[in-house]
Design a protein around this ligand. Structure first.
Ligand code: RTP
Ligand code: MG
Length: 136
């Protein structure tokens, strides 16, 4: 079933010049870009996006990281897009992510792991409304 999912190319992706590489993998897979925006976010948006994590020990440095520079926010669409993006992203920790995945090939960090992908269709709806409130 066709779905939409919210993807972030986090500030490490932009800083490292990997936007083309990472976006290219999603496009090559067959997903369609339906919204895309380069922006630097403030802590308030980070708190909304990561509402489920704000009380966690790892959140303060994560908040610092995601607000540290421009990121690319994307809405991708395609069959089973939520699960497909999570599979392409790989495990959270880049050191443990399988080769062939974005994190497994390109990240050596549990925090600076290049990408975000919504973890369920419900999360995708919530996150798309936060990042792209005007998207039809
Ligand atoms: P994401 O939300 O970014 O797609 O990643 P995920 O589902 O694989 O991981 P999640 O558990 O939702 O964590 C969100 C982001 O927080 C950072 N993180 N740091 N122990 C730590 O230091 C730690 N754990 C997670 C990562 O940037 C992770 O993507
Ligand atoms: Mg997550």
């Amino acid at each position: 079933m066709s779905q939409r999912t919210l993807v972030l190319l986090k500030p490490d992706t932009v800083r490292r010049g990997l936007v083309g590489e990472v976006l290219g993998r999603f496009e090559a897979k067959g997903l369609t870009v339906v919204a895309m925006d380069l922006r630097t976010i403030d802590g308030e948006l980070a708190d909304q996006h990561y509402a489920e994590h704000v009380e966690r020990d790892f959140y303060p440095p994560l908040r610092e990281f995601v607000t540290s520079g421009p990121l690319v926010a994307l809405v991708l669409e395609g069959d089973e897009a939520v699960e497909v993006v999570r599979a392409l992203n790989g495990a959270t920790d880049g050191r443990k992510a399988a080769p062939g995945t974005i994190r497994g090939d390109l990240s050596l960090s549990n925090r600076e792991n290049l990408v975000h992908g919504s973890d369920s269709p419900e999360s995708a709806d919530r996150e798309i409304k936060i990042w792209f409130p005007d998207l039809p």
